[in-house]
Design a protein around this ligand. Structure first.
Ligand code: HEM
Length: 430
């Protein structure tokens, strides 16, 4: 087994025979590395921060404490879809899905008491940063020169960062105030909401080793923004692909609905989080969706820490390597009829859950594998389970009349649907 180390650089796939990437590849690496630095206000502390993210907020009990937030966001999403469905017109679901996934992360990041207006303010500023990413990437190119020739663009860039600070810093200060109050008055009768640990709380606690200091506000702004953007588009894309396949294959949707009906509690409309474990077919559908349509076709670049030989390839120390995760999930030697959407391939008689972490074997890796696996892996699996189950429980999803469901892909930040999903939704009778 190889020794992996994440390089913070984006890279090009290694060429056969262990040659290093071409000069264009190296240039690309350099530019992208600088882009990452430009967008982040913190230094090389990412290793520690990642550990913090996994240990504090994305661990099973951290994730569980947000079940009320999930219920609230599900309600918002279902209401939005219901009012559109009632118009009888096809519903374009992508924006609704993205908003719901974004809300979930905002509530985890800044605390679950935020109202919709506050969430919308955060969404607007984060959206502006995301859509302007391309435009600002040129600023990495010889900043000394671009600071003169592209002065206006630099100003615009700083204006946008300032807007982001103006929006996010008050939320960070609010969390800080709450924490200080709790430590001053430990026996204070706190409402349950205030006690839910937020990502910002964990960042406020963090002590940077070696530097003997805590993170400053601007660093927390960057990290919060990264948390929101890393988790929104990825889960939205996966959710959309899965729902698209349920529209394309009504018999799979029907089988799932029958399974769901068996576990909805009396008098309840929605599936409870605790009941998701009783839905093996749902889990198989999520896994099949991630295998067939992984949101990232390539995992982030990694580097080996010593020369290694893999098959006929020599990978020299420090070379950036990029793994094509999508092809791995479509490998004919491993998967039967890999391009078909067949959730049953994940149903095994022994009831064993499929391992995606790479501990046992690696047959697919939509989240990467090993110690650099996506820290949001378990959270997004839960979000996918919960939202797919409840969206199918509440609505019947059908193709728009005469529409041949189109599975063409398009590369954006993730591999999205070229023609975003639109569906005819009808409320299931209670
Ligand atoms: C379906 C949803 C998601 C998919 C498919 C996905 C996939 C990935 C992949 C492939 C990587 C790179 C792993 C590697 O380096 O080999 C990654 C990294 C990362 N993901 Fe996710 N992700 C998802 C959701 C999330 C969520 C919900 C969060 C946070 C709340 C998140 C946070 C991150 C972060 C912070 C990293 C960088 C980790 C590092 O630098 O070591 N992801 N993700």
């Amino acid at each position: 087994m190889m020794n992996w180390r994440v390089s913070p650089m984006r890279g090009q796939p290694m060429e056969p025979g262990g040659r290093t990437p071409s000069i264009f590849g190296l240039l690309h690496l350099k530019i992208s590395n600088q882009l990452a630095i430009l967008y982040s206000r913190y230094g090389p502390t990412w290793r520690l921060l990642r550990r913090n993210l996994t240990a504090e907020i994305l661990n099973p009990s951290g994730v569980k404490s947000y079940s009320r937030a999930r219920e609230r966001v599900l309600q918002i999403l279902q209401n939005r879809l219901e009012s559109q469905a009632k118009s009888g017109r096809p519903v374009f679901v992508m924006e609704h899905f993205r908003y719901a996934m974004f809300c979930l992360l905002v509530l985890m990041c800044f605390g679950d008491k935020l109202d919709e207006n506050q969430i919308k303010k955060i969404e607007e500023v984060e959206h502006q940063l995301l859509v302007n990413l391309q435009k600002f990437s040129i600023l990495n190119f010889c900043p000394r020169v671009t600071k003169i020739v592209l002065r206006k663009r630099w100003e615009e860039f700083f204006r946008l960062l300032k807007c982001q600070e103006d929006v996010l810093i008050p939320f960070i200060r609010e969390r800080k105030k709450g924490k200080e109050k709790r430590s001053r008055e430990p026996n204070m009768e706190d409402s349950k909401d205030e006690n839910v640990l937020s990502y910002v709380d964990t960042l406020l606690d963090l002590q940077l080793p070696g530097e003997n200091r805590k993170l400053n506000e601007l660093e927390i702004v960057s990290l919060s923004s990264e948390f929101l953007s890393a988790g929104t588009d990825t889960t939205t894309t996966a959710l959309q692909w899965i729902m698209e396949n349920l529209v394309k294959y009504p018999q799979i949707q029907e089988k799932l609905f029958m399974e769901i009906k068996g576990v909805v509690r009396d008098g309840e409309e929605n599936i409870k989080e605790d009941d998701l474990q009783q839905l093996p077919y749902l889990k198989a559908i999520i896994l099949e969706g991630l295998r067939r349509h992984p949101p990232f076709h390539f995992v982030f670049p990694h580097a080996v820490i010593e020369d290694v030989v893999v098959g006929e390839y020599v990978i020299p120390k420090e070379a950036a390597i990029v793994i094509n995760a999508a092809e791995m999930g479509w490998d004919l030697k491993v998967w039967e009829d890999p391009m078909s959407f067949n959730p049953s391939r994940f149903l095994n008689k022994e009831g064993e859950t499929f391992d995606m972490t790479g501990r046992r074997e690696i047959k697919m890796m939509p989240f990467g594998v090993g110690r650099r696996i996506c820290p949001g892996y378990a959270l997004s699996m839960l979000h996918l389970d919960y939202f797919v189950a409840n969206l199918v429980s509440k609505f019947e999803w059908k193709a728009v009349d005469g529409d041949d469901v189109d599975l063409s892909e398009e590369q954006e930040f993730t591999m999205v649907m070229k023609n975003p999903l639109q569906a005819q939704l009808s409320l299931r009778s209670k």
